[in-house]
Write a protein that binds this ligand. Sequence first.
Ligand code: ADP
Ligand code: MG
Ligand code: MG
Ligand code: MG
Length: 401
Amino acid sequence: MSTYHPLSEAEAIEIARTLEGVFAPDAKLVSREIGDGNLNLVFHISDPATGRSIIMKQALPYAKVVGESWPLTLDRARIESEALMLEGKLAPGLVPTVYLYDKELALTVMEDLSDHVIMRQGLMNGGRYPQFAEHISTFLAQTLFFTSDLGHNQQEKKLRSAGFINPELCKITEDLIFDHPFTDADTNNFEPAIRDEAEALWNDGALHLEVALLREKFLTHSQALLHGDLHTGSIFITPESTKVIDPEFAYFGPMGFDIGAVIANLLLNFAAREGWDKTAADRDAYRAYLLKTVRDVWTKFEAKFIALWNEHGVDRLAAAAPGYKENYMRRLLQDTVGFAGCKMVRRIVGLAHVADIDKIQDAAVRERAQRLALEIGKTLIKTNRSAFSINQLIDAVETAA
Ligand code: ADP
Ligand code: MG
Ligand code: MG
Ligand code: MG
């Protein structure tokens, strides 16, 4: 293919034509750029005559956020395509199939999932996804266990991790999640109505200690290959199917960071319900559904992870050491709780927000949602080191609401 440049729709069509066995040579292809446009281009290319379609995602060499732009490595397209392929092997059916990766163009060609919806939007609309906890817990258990030292020869793991260093994207996470929200940083982005909340975050030493400990884990604890950005905007869903997309932040880090991302985003939606449900009864019912999903995600993950460990654990001594598995799972829960809290806080006062809350029209309702999300987030951060059960997290959320 050619040297790197952002593709036009016409060029994307020409590349799609060269894919073997996808489109007829004389097909009249249609291309639409459907990305959100901050970091990547996403082309949807289809043949209306046959209904066949594909997605082409191309990394841009910069990130564009609030009018500013900073350089960002194109290598993340490699990381994304390699992570998708590995996840596809470890968790079959739970990610899109990758058809092609082109290094020069930083381009990934993959299965079109347009028959699914982005989960964040699905939740905002009040959708229910009875298979979600089952699917995402399988995704988490399979990808995390088999890339960790528990399920993976440590030499292979070290070699594999060399391909997933991802320093630039890790730096974005480090700054935007573990630093900026807790100080008066220029990148912060919050509504004037909650300035008191932001200032409280900047002046809370006990909170800063917990965030510092979590940041240290994020930077140093190379436990398993993470997705790295597992929010509900990175999940395509239907009642029967779940597909995880967009692992460009993948790197070897603490497992609780991925599990916590899923839970944080369910809880952000929980905090936002007043903006989406017509009656208090509807809101209560949906919140109960979300909390049940949170509980199921953790309990199913825990059961599957331990089952994998029992069957495929590579370190006999550690696996047999009395109390080790319990200790490990407890630490995993604690990390999950702490990272979930950090992810909630950053979505309210930090640079990038979530539509669940920002799209609430009524300013007073939106403000209540923001305050509730912060209350839950701070509680999770502050209690992470004493967490011992998922019910404790659920109780804390119910108390805050
Ligand atoms: P970014 O890294 O820029 O966030 P994403 O991979 O999340 O990019 O994709 C952005 C949007 O493009 C998604 O929200 C979705 O609407 C669309 N998209 C991405 N991948 C696919 C796919 N495989 N099938 C259908 N639409 C997709
Ligand atoms: Mg600002
Ligand atoms: Mg995305
Ligand atoms: Mg992305």
